[in-house]
Design a protein around this ligand. Structure first.
Ligand code: HEM
Length: 407
C-alpha cells in the first residue's frame, strides 16, 4: 500500500507545540489538544522547545509497535533524538541506551524486581504503610498526604532495596525533583544530577568496602569484577533511586485524589477484600492517570513505514502513552475511571525492551496502599478545593505538589 504512504513532515509548518498545555477542567485527562491530534490522525508532527518537529504517535497499536521496534533508538546522544529539554551532557543509565549494552546493564539489576522477590517484600511494605497511617492517626486529623504518606512509602521501600540510608531522603527527593523538572534551568538540573552522582558514588565506595545484602552492594561486586565502571554503577543507582520513588509517590497521591473525586469508585475499592479486584483497580488507575507525561522518546535508525507515513532514519518519535491509554479503539469510554474494567493492556509502564523494570514492585506497593489507606481512614477527605491544588505540569512525572487531606 505504498501509494497511500506520505513521507516526512507534511504538516510541519503548522505543527503544534509539544508538550501541549493542559486546559482548565479535569486534572486527570490528557490535554484536549493532544486528544485532538489523536482524532486527526495516527501520526502527527509536533514542534519542540528547540524548533525540531518530531513525529507524534497518537494511537495505541502504533505506539506499541514502535516501542517494540528495533529500528528505534532510545539513545539521547543520537542526532534527531527529540530531547525534552537542553541535553544535560550526562547519561541517565540504561533507560537511554540501546541493546546490547542496555540489556547487559539491565540484567545486572533485574533479580530484586521479579514477581517472586517482590511478593516476598509485601509484608514489609504492609508494615511500612500501616506504620505511616498509625503516625497520621496519632497526630491532628489533617495532613499533607504527599509528605506524610505518598513520598515516604516508596522512598522507604527503594532505600531498603538499594541500601540507601533513608535519613538522606530530603537530599535525594529535592534533587530528583529538580532533575526531572522541565522548568528548571539546564545548569540547575546539571548541578542536581552531579550531586546525586557524587552521593551514589560515595555510597558505592562504602558498599565496596563493606558489602551488605542490598542492590548497591551487588553493583559494587560487579565494579570490583570489572563488569561495570564505578561511574556506570553510580548512574544506575541514580536511575533506580529516582524511578523507584518519584513515580509511585505520584501514583499514590494523584490516585487518592482521583478516588476522592469519584466516591463511587473509592467505595468499590474500600469495600472489597478481593485481592484480584484490588489488583484490577490498580491497573485501571495506572491506565487512567498515566503519570509519565511528555511521552516516551525515540529516534528512528532506519526508515519505518507506519500509520500511512514513513518515519525517516534520523527523525524523532514521541509516544505519548497518556493518550495511548485513552484510545477508544482499545478502551471503551476511555475517559471514564472504571475500576471494574480490565485495563491490563495499558501502556503506563511503557512497552518493548525499556518497559518499566520496577513494575512488579510498583504494582505491589500500590495494591498495599490502595487496599489499606481508605479502609483504615474511611473518613479521608480532601481538605482544599480542587482548584486550590497545584499540579505538576512541568515535569516528566505528573502529580500534585501537595494533597491536603482531613479525616
Ligand atoms: C507507578 C509507578 C511507575 C510508573 C508509572 C513507571 C513508568 C515507567 C515507564 C513508562 C518506563 C519506560 C520508559 C521508556 O520507555 O522510555 C519506565 C522505565 C523504567 N522504570 Fe518505571 N515506573 C514506575 C515505577 C518504577 C519503580 C518502582 C522502579 C524501581 C526502581 C522503576 C524503574 C524503572 C527503570 C529502571 C526503567 C528503565 C527500564 C529500561 O530502560 O530498560 N519504575 N518506568
Amino acid at each position: 500500500m505504498t501509494s497511500t504512504v506520505r513521507t516526512g513532515g507534511a504538516q510541519a509548518p503548522s505543527a503544534p507545540e509539544f508538550p501541549m498545555p493542559r486546559a482548565e477542567g479535569c486534572p486527570f485527562d490528557p490535554p484536549p489538544a493532544l486528544k485532538k491530534e489523536q482524532e486527526q490522525g495516527p501520526l502527527r508532527k509536533v514542534r519542540l522547545w528547540d524548533g525540531t518537529t518530531p513525529w507524534l504517535v497518537t494511537r495505541y497499536a502504533d505506539q506499541r509497535a514502535l516501542l517494540a521496534d528495533p529500528r528505534t533508538s532510545a539513545d539521547i546522544t543520537r542526532p534527531g533524538y527529540p530531547s525534552s529539554a537542553p541535553v544535560r551532557g550526562s547519561s541517565f543509565s540504561f533507560i537511554l541506551m540501546d541493546d546490547p549494552e542496555h540489556a547487559r546493564q539491565r540484567r545486572m539489576v533485574t533479580a530484586p524486581f521479579t514477581i517472586k522477590r517482590v511478593e516476598a517484600m509485601r509484608p514489609a511494605v504492609q508494615k511500612i504503610v500501616d506504620g505511616l497511617i498509625d503516625d497520621m492517626l496519632a497526630g491532628p486529623p489533617r495532613a499533607d498526604l504527599v509528605q506524610a504518606f505518598a513520598l515516604p512509602v516508596p522512598s522507604l521501600v527503594i532505600c531498603e532495596l538499594l541500601g540507601v540510608p533513608y535519613a538522606d531522603h530530603d537530599f535525594f527527593q529535592e534533587n530528583s525533583k529538580i532533575l526531572i523538572s522541565r522548568s528548571a534551568a539546564p545548569e540547575e538540573r546539571g548541578a542536581a544530577h552531579a550531586k546525586l552522582i557524587g552521593y551514589l558514588d560515595e555510597l558505592m565506595g562504602h558498599k565496596i568496602a563493606r558489602p551488605a545484602d542490598d542492590l548497591l552492594s551487588g553493583l559494587g561486586t560487579r565494579v570490583e569484577a570489572g563488569e561495570l565502571s564505578r561511574r556506570e554503577a553510580a548512574e544506575m543507582g541514580v536511575l533506580l533511586l529516582i524511578a523507584g520513588h518519584e513515580t509511585t509517590a505520584n501514583m499514590i497521591a494523584l490516585g487518592t485524589l482521583a478516588l476522592l473525586e469519584h466516591p463511587d469508585q473509592l467505595a468499590l475499592l474500600r469495600d472489597s477484600d478481593d485481592p484480584k479486584a484490588v489488583a484490577g483497580a490498580v491497573e485501571e488507575l495506572l491506565r487512567y492517570l498515566n503519570i509519565t507525561h511528555g511521552g516516551r522518546r525515540r529516534v528512528a535508525v532506519e526508515d519505518i513505514e507506519i500509520g500511512g507515513e514513513v518515519i525517516r532514519a534520523g527523525e524523532g518519535i514521541i509516544v505519548p502513552n497518556d493518550i495511548g491509554n485513552r484510545d477508544p479503539e482499545v478502551f471503551a469510554d476511555p475517559d471514564r475511571l472504571d475500576l471494574g474494567r480490565d485495563a491490563r493492556r495499558h501502556v503506563a509502564f511503557g512497552f518493548g525492551v525499556h518497559q518499566c523494570l520496577g513494575q512488579p514492585l510498583a504494582r505491589m506497593e500500590l495494591q498495599v496502599v490502595y487496599s489499606t489507606l481508605y479502609r483504615r481512614i474511611p473518613t479521608l477527605r480532601l481538605d482544599a478545593g480542587l482548584e486550590d491544588l497545584s499540579f505538576k505540569h512541568d515535569g516528566a512525572v505528573y502529580g500534585v505538589y501537595e494533597l491536603p487531606v482531613a479525616w
